[in-house]
Design a protein around this ligand. Structure first.
Ligand code: PLP
Length: 373
């Protein structure tokens, strides 16, 4: 075998985003045991940092040793017992994944589907539930498959009407767009390390309200997963601190550094940076005649979907960007396959330079295809 030296790609797709340089350095520090007292003290700081970025000073937060999808499973498998009713709003690939996971949890799932590329209508969910009691209302804050930012605020009142808890997929929005766990009355949220936080993938931050913890304690059936059991994880993260699984000290220290960078920049400044650079991309695209999938008021700052112009091959353009410029952008998922490009300006990757660079490179690819056919 030869040493594996990855090419230096510029990651401007739906994730992973570029790892911040000091986070990469943090990964290369000495490995510690998962029960090392020095590491446990950093994990306390990490939990405090997560409460800050979720804006949940009274929440219970930790990071699962796995990716964003495990956050969905963790939350859904804890807040829902087999046979209980769940109301899900879905207008994209990750909403559909959320519904599929709820079905696998044995829930009685009501899915309200919205158009891909548009925000959901809270009244459509209200009508679909028709006053039936539900255990959980769940939706996706930033739908990375379409580039839509969903305002979760109207859903607190709906959840109250249904006697339900409210959970939110914040995988693309944590650290990139305003998110107020407590002010919005959320009961659970999950995210990942590799998008807005500019760390590598492998950790999934989760956050629960006191009400959610109470509901978990009141379960009639045990949580089906041992690896993701919150009570066991809390024992490791803040209780008896015994062995549960061999958490990666390198990943935890990397996330610690990533959170330190987020808090050093300040959340409002970071949200504004994402908004500002997204607008550079949006107005630049409009100037060059590229159409955006999502109406301006519903756009997700961290991820923009551009329509592939007629006669242009989406995959060929992305291949050229990767091979010629070491630049990664995303293609469409599901019904949007071949229809859109997805450009992510997330975390460390959200800069005016990257917005202009991605657009310029993409336009070069389009022009070349048009010229050569
Ligand atoms: C990326 C993403 C996920 C899945 O995260 P993984 O880390 O790939 O498991 C879930 N939800 C949304 C909205 C995402 O963007």
């Amino acid at each position: 075998m030869l040493p594996a030296l990855p090419p230096d790609r510029l990651l401007l797709g739906p994730g992973p985003s570029p790892t911040a340089p000091s986070v990469l350095l943090a990964l290369a520090r000495p490995t510690l045991g998962h029960l090392d007292p020095w590491l446990l003290a950093r994990m306390d700081e990490l939990r405090a940092g997560l409460r800050e970025v979720f804006r949940a000073p009274n929440g219970t937060a930790l990071a699962l040793s796995s990716t964003g999808t495990s956050g969905i499973e963790h939350v859904v498998f804890h807040l829902v017992e087999p046979g209980e009713r769940v109301l899900i709003g879905s207008s994209g690939y990750f909403g559909a994944r959320l519904a599929e996971i709820a079905r696998r949890a044995g829930a009685d799932v009501i899915v309200v589907e919205g158009a891909w590329g548009r925000a959901l209508d809270p009244d459509a969910l209200r009508k679909a539930a028709a006053g039936k009691r539900c255990k959980l209302v769940a939706l996706v804050h930033g739908e990375t498959s379409t580039g839509v930012l969903q305002d979760p605020r109207p859903y607190r009142a709906l959840a109250d009407e249904l006697g339900a808890l409210l959970a939110l997929d914040c995988v693309t929005t944590l650290g990139t767009a305003p998110l107020e766990f407590e002010a919005w009355g959320l009961d659970a949220a999950w995210s990942c390390s590799q998008k807005g936080l500019a760390c590598v993938s492998g950790l999934a931050p989760v956050c629960f309200s006191a009400r959610a913890l109470q509901a978990i304690r009141a379960r009639r059936t045990p949580v089906a997963s041992f690896y993701f059991d919150l009570a066991l994880l809390l024992d490791y993260w803040g209780g008896a601190r015994g062995y549960h699984h061999t958490a990666s000290s390198n990943l935890l220290i990397a996330l610690h550094e990533a959170l330190r960078l987020v808090l050093e920049e300040g959340l409002p400044a970071r949200w504004q940076r994402h908004e500002r650079n997204a607008r550079v991309l949006w107005s630049g695209a409009a100037e060059r005649g590229l159409e955006l999938l999502v109406p301006e008021a519903e756009r997700l700052p961290a991820l923009t979907t551009l329509k592939v112009p007629a006669g242009v091959d989406d995959a060929r353009a992305r291949k050229m960007l990767l091979e010629r410029y070491d630049l990664e952008i995303g293609g469409g998922l599901g019904p949007l396959k071949g229809q859109v490009w997805r450009i992510g300006l997330m975390g460390h990757g959200s800069s005016e330079r990257n917005a202009r660079l991605a657009l310029g490179a993409l336009c070069t690819a389009i022009d070349e295809q048009r010229r050569r056919g």
